[in-house]
Design a protein around this ligand. Sequence first.
Ligand SMILES: [Zn+2]
Length: 71
Amino acid sequence: MAEIDLNSVQEPQTFEFKDGIRVLIVAEKGSIKFVEADCPDKICIKTGTLTKPGDRAICLPSKTIVKVEDD
Ligand SMILES: [Zn+2]
């Protein structure tokens, strides 16, 4: 599990996780999203950009969850 403070992101930051299925997540100031995933359904990418606390994107095949939390 990784945590990132979206408010302190200056340059877009890329996170790659590879646990069987590769996913690529990009965090920018105030937003985060899946940009690439080798999963078959691509639901995580279709979820789009997360910006608000409570927003979440889940990639079940790769068991990756991205969620935005309040401080
Ligand atoms: Zn996925």
